[in-house]
Design a protein around this ligand. Structure first.
Ligand SMILES: Cc1cc2nc3c(=O)[nH]c(=O)nc-3n(C[C@H](O)[C@H](O)[C@H](O)COP(=O)(O)O)c2cc1C
Length: 190
């Protein structure tokens, strides 16, 4: 037996916990938690963003943003930047305890406490017929702290320990064990 649910209670998993970093007109860094977003082609990311967001204003101003990945060690601060708006108060060093430094290729902040970051140039904002706002960015750089690299110098997700948003339980879960090899395991059924 399968149970049917209200379409507004849709569970899509995994939803990421993306932290979007931006600067305002005074160079004050801001961070925001985004679950409705991700990589949409080789060099592009897209995020669905509410109409009233400090992050949206900052992206319009600086034409740039960073995308970092919340981790097991940064759950509390990641949730905090998802429930308090920079329109009301500065929310980084003061509360989240994150420290910002300017990204190398764009005018947006990297947070030292988040070890993996994409630097994105603002490409366009789209409004869907349903009234949703979607921001598309071009990834121009990715940087990773050495602490999450493997012996070959590649990003090791077991060291990063990214978290995902569990919309069914309103919880955060850590990305788990490796269970297969992409583009390879299926070949045994060919
Ligand atoms: C788990 C979680 C996921 C969220 N996902 C989104 C999202 O995809 N899009 C969005 O606009 N807001 C999302 N939010 C809400 C924003 O993070 C929140 O409104 C934040 O305070 C906006 O910050 P800002 O005004 O400083 O940009 C999410 C919040 C949480 C806790």
């Amino acid at each position: 037996m399968r149970k049917n649910f209200d379409p507004k209670k849709t569970v899509v998993t995994p939803l990421p916990v993306l932290i979007i970093g931006t600067y305002d007109e005074n160079g004050t860094p801001n961070a925001m938690n985004v679950a409705w977003g991700g990589q949409c082609s080789e060099y592009h990311v897209a995020i669905n963003i509410g109409h009233v967001r400090k992050t949206r204003d900052n992206i319009h101003l600086k034409k740039a943003f960073t995308v970092s990945f919340a981790t097991k060690d940064t759950v509390v601060a990641a949730d905090y930047v998802g429930i308090v708006s920079g329109l009301k108060e500065p929310k980084l060093i003061e509360k989240a305890g994150w420290h910002a430094e300017k990204a190398t290729m764009i005018d947006a902040p990297i947070f030292k406490e988040l070890p993996l970051t994409l630097e994105c140039k603002f490409l366009r904002e789209e409004e869907t017929p349903e009234g949703e706002i979607r921001i598309v960015g071009e990834v121009v750089n990715m940087s990773a702290d050495e602490c999450i690299l493997d012996e070959k110098g590649n990003v090791d997700l077991s060291k990063l320990q990214p978290i995902v948003f569990d919309s069914a339980a309103l919880a955060y879960r850590v990305v788990g064990e490796k269970v297969g090899n992409a583009f390879k395991d299926g070949t045994q059924l060919k």
